[in-house]
Design a protein around this ligand. Structure first.
Ligand SMILES: C=C(OP(=O)(O)O)C(=O)O
Ligand SMILES: [Mg+2]
Length: 424
């Protein structure tokens, strides 16, 4: 760092973490970073259908720490991390992230907690952008930050995110044939409202109650009934099957019991489930399927990727935004899409490493929220900085979701003529 003159404007003067609540009413970590010339605040999301191999979210009441005198994620920021980082220059994201990784010293960030580390990593990025007086997406992505991702909007919730019997967790619409992100959002909200009317007329007024990510959570039991409603909603809104495609997140680890999968009232082995997906792909305009098999089923993922060659097969619990798992997947041709969740790995730099590896190997990158969210919209800036193909951040309703979509509307406005809407 010696080749740049020390500059008090970028020096970390203080770091402070506190506990706040997330969209499910659970505690989470918020971090403030103060420099001589700026300020950054960021808060950490939390999953429900979490992958076994994700970095560890340190919880005060975590069984693994009982009796070991472990302090909370908030205390770890306010003591250990703060003491180490005071006086550093916020422009050095990668050096700071490296220091946080070393300070923790474990593969899954269990000492300090990935939630403590990520809160700091994200707040550092925001403090740097503020101190430099440039947009966050420009700070993170430089001259290449001008692509707006296609939104993949979870308009109908099942699995762990809803109280209905649908095994598949997320039914998403992807308004991809739009001239801009703004137009794409309009297509998405029109379809979301049309879907609400269809569900209400078919299943009664309670069918428009919503799940964890703001999508409707109707009392539907069978996948094809949910997909029929989505197809009808796209038509009702005045769009075609190529204008708006469908994305699924099966989150299949959640309906796998170690031997077989339970879906639509049937028990299937992996080859039956494979045939089931191929039939769905024949019948519906599905562009992407995330986590179609359980989180260790690399071989089954690879077979589906071969069979469904024009479908985006996305690894979420499979890859957990971890370059080691992603490189294993790349070697096996296990997928062609990476779901990128910053809190699965715990720092901005490591998330960017996963995105670079995915890009170099022709994978689509889909930046994603978690089912438990805060009002923080950093993933929107990250999606533009990475030139991500899609952003997945729930329904176009409920403020912890719309904060992300609205930030992308602002970014598109800010970029003006040089902005480009991603072509899938
Ligand atoms: C967003 C998701 O859900 P969660 O945050 O519960 O893992 C997902 O599985 O992609
Ligand atoms: Mg998922």
């Amino acid at each position: 760092m010696s080749y740049i003159r020390e500059d008090l404007r970028y020096k970390i003067e203080n770091i402070h973490a506190r506990e706040i609540i997330d969209s499910r009413g659970n505690p989470t970590v918020e971090v403030d970073v103060f420099t001589g010339n700026g300020f950054g605040r960021s808060s950490v999301p939390s999953g429900a259908s979490t992958g076994t191999n994700e970095a560890l979210e340190l919880r005060d009441k975590d069984e693994r720490y009982r009796g070991k005198g472990v302090i909370s994620a908030v205390d770890n920021v306010n003591n250990t991390i703060k003491n180490e980082l005071l006086g550093m220059d916020v422009r050095y994201q990668r050096q700071i992230d490296g220091l946080l990784i070393d300070l923790d010293g474990t593969d899954n960030k269990m000492n300090l907690g990935a939630n403590a580390i990520l809160g700091v990593s994200m707040a550092i990025a925001k403090a740097a952008a503020d101190s430099l007086n440039i947009p966050l997406y420009t700070h993170l992505g430089g001259t290449n930050s001008f692509n707006l991702p296609v939104p993949t909007m979870n308009v109908l919730n099942g699995g762990e995110h809803a109280g209905n019997k649908l095994a598949i967790q997320e039914f998403m619409i992807q308004p991809k044939e739009a001239g801009s992100f703004t137009e794409s959002m309009q297509m998405g909200v029109e379809t979301y409202h049309a879907l609400g009317k269809i569900l209400e007329s078919k299943y009664g007024p309670a069918a428009t109650n919503v799940g964890d990510e703001g999508g409707y959570a109707p009392p539907i039991d069978v996948t094809s009934d949910a997909l029929d409603c989505l197809v009808n909603a796209v038509e009702e809104a005045g769009y075609s099957e190529t204008d708006i495609t469908i994305g699924l997140d099966a989150a299949a680890s959640e309906f796998f019991d170690g031997n077989s999968y339970s879906i639509d009232g049937k028990v299937m082995d992996s080859s039956e489930l494979m045939d089931y997906y191929l039939e769905l792909l024949d019948t519906y305009p599905i562009l992407s399927i995330e986590d179609p098999f359980h989180e260790e089923a690399f071989e089954d993922f690879a077979e589906l990727t071969r069979e469904a060659w024009n479908t985006i097969i996305v690894g979420d619990d499979l890859f957990v935004t971890n370059v080691n798992r992603l490189s294993r997947g790349i070697e096996m041709d296990a997928a062609n899409g990476l779901l990128l969740k910053v809190n699965q790995i715990g720092t901005i730099s490591e998330s960017f490493d996963a995105a670079s590896m995915a890009n170099r190997n022709g994978y689509n990158v889909i930046v994603s929220h978690r089912s438990g969210e805060t009002e923080d919209s950093i993933i929107s800036d990250i999606s533009v900085a990475l030139g991500a193909d899609m952003i997945k951040t729930g329904a176009p309703a409920r403020s912890e979701r719309t904060s992300k979509y609205n930030q992308l509307l602002r970014i598109e406005e800010n970029l003006g003529d040089v902005s480009r809407f991603m072509q899938l």
